[in-house]
Design a protein around this ligand. Structure first.
Ligand code: HEM
Length: 468
């Protein structure tokens, strides 16, 4: 990477920024899930690594959350944007050099920010844990350069219209600028009380709703038609999806604070909007399932399609849960329990991670023009990720139901801890499977870059997947 930081823009090969973002995202996935496994071990085995505040759960939890969201997920998104946006516009990335600098400053800034959190220097606000000066760094050196590169590539496209994926990419980078600025206002202006609480969860909710959800979905709108050869079932449904995400997803942040003293009308409004999130969810899932018509054998035979469609199908339980768990009738039972942690991982480790993984697998092979070093290792990664995630989700959902019942029937705390303990161990086992699968993935992509069979000019990885 250093050799291209000061090179002339034209001397940087096409796809360089995307490759750097792709490899960086996998490394952060390994680091982030390793931290997750460490934290889960602390909850399953309370005597595990004690005696140092640096390894206390309070310090390590936020390092985990920010490493996987700003490292793995968002860098995988940047990688997808760097190679898919120009490909769909039949042009080249506006600036490879800006992309390489963006990746460099992103890795440096995130490493520094995580060290600060690890040392206990944080805003104390969940999901926006970074202190204010890091928030400004994220906006100035991460968000804006990424958005500029995507927007200018879309503007400089050599195609008539804008394909659904690029519509989502361009919309999401613009919306995330607003979320990064407005969501951190409490730190810039020392806002406190309910205003701070509301903006904290408006930020958390919209990082998921206006960044992670639309960009993950946009990847599926590219990989499924690209690999199966079927055109997208409906661009109209794609646009309905986009605008209903903007309208219905951006507004119900109050559903994270149903037990707080926020005005009741605001909570009712959020609950109704929260159920309406089913509109974009149904639009997305139905559009992709119909696009797969006649090509379901790819779901079994092709690694990238397997990852993509698993992500798409996980959007069904995710939005069903999301739509109903935030209504008053259910929220008072599950709020503050492991059910919410399970739901957060259904969204991030389930739905979005499988879609990002498909984009990184496909993108690195396409840009490096190298076939996967090992299909068996890729399938190993898929099954360890899926079984690990399911074990995590199911065990934490059950633990959440136990905690909810204990809360209502006022069961002594220690009895609750004893009752949920087997599920804490199961979550650790499941999460550690995910971490193990990711280590295998890093090795497989490293070997692909070094020894993968060269893909002839004009051919694509999925066309050669089963050729010796
Ligand atoms: C893409 C991968 C992942 C993402 C994006 C992710 C994200 C998150 C988020 C957002 C939270 C806060 C949840 C909340 O309080 O509502 C969280 C908590 C946590 N995660 Fe992950 N996670 C990932 C993978 C993992 C893995 C593989 C493990 C391993 C076991 C893990 C273990 C934990 C633990 C122990 C907590 C703390 C839960 C608590 O406070 O009770 N995570 N993670």
């Amino acid at each position: 990477m250093f050799k291209y930081l000061f090179a002339k823009g034209d001397d940087i090969p096409r796809g360089t920024a995307a490759v750097y973002f792709g490899i960086s995202s996998i490394i952060w996935f390994v680091i982030g899930t390793g931290l997750g496994s460490f934290n889960a071990a602390k909850l399953a085995f309370p005597d595990f690594v004690t005696g140092s505040e640096f390894f206390s759960f309070g310090h390590m939890r936020q390092v985990h959350v920010m490493a996987v969201i700003f490292g793995w997920i968002s860098m995988a998104f940047a990688m997808a944007m760097m190679y898919i946006t120009p490909a769909l516009g039949n042009t080249k990335l506006w600036s490879e050099k800006l992309g390489v600098w963006n990746c460099f400053l992103w890795n440096v800034g995130l490493s520094l920010a995580l060290c600060l959190l690890w040392a206990g220097i944080s805003s104390g606000r969940e999901y926006s844990d970074f202190p204010w000066f890091i928030d400004i760094y994220v906006l100035a050196f991460i968000g804006i350069p990424l958005g500029l590169n995507v927007w200018m590539t879309v503007i400089k496209r050599r195609t008539q219209g804008i394909y659904t994926t690029n519509w989502f990419f361009a919309g999401a980078v613009f919306m995330v600028w607003i979320v990064l600025f407005v969501g951190n206002l409490p730190e810039y202006f020392q806002l406190t009380g309910l205003t701070e609480a509301y903006l904290t969860w408006w930020f958390a909710h919209n990082v998921l709703g206006l960044w992670i959800t639309p960009v993950a979905a946009a990847i599926a709108y590219y990989t499924v038609p690209k690999i199966t050869g079927n055109p997208l079932y409906s661009h109209r449904i794609g646009h309905l999806h986009f605008w209903s995400v903007v309208v219905f997803y951006s507004t119900p942040a109050a559903h994270h604070l149903m037990s707080s003293p926020l005005p009741e009308w605001l909570k009712s409004f959020a609950s109704v909007e929260g159920v309406l999130i089913l509109v974009p969810a149904i639009a997305f899932v139905s559009n992709l399932i119909l696009t797969m018509t006649g090509k379901w054998h790819y779901f079994v035979d092709n690694v990238e399609t397997k990852f993509t469609m698993t992500g798409v199908l996980l959007a069904i339980p995710l939005n069903m849960q999301g739509g109903f768990q935030q209504t008053r009738a259910i929220n008072w039972y599950i709020h503050g329990t492991g059910w919410i942690v399970a739901h957060a991982h259904l969204a991030l480790l389930g739905f979005s991670t499988f879609l990002e993984a498909s984009a990184v697998y496909y993108g690195l092979q396409t840009i490096m023009r190298r076939k996967l070093y090992s299909l068996a290792l890729a399938n190993f990664h898929f099954w360890f990720l899926l079984i690990g995630f399911c074990t995590y989700w199911i065990s934490m959902t059950i633990a959440g139901l136990i905690q909810g019942a204990a809360k209502i029937y006022e069961v002594p705390y220690i009895d609750t801890v004893i009752a949920e303990h087997p599920y804490m161990i199961a979550r650790w086992v499941g999460g550690t499977m995910v971490f193990t699968g990711n280590c295998v993935w890093l090795y497989n992509m490293w070997m692909t870059a070094r020894e993968g069979t060269l893909i002839p000019e004009g051919r694509l990885p999925h066309e050669l997947a089963y050729e010796r």
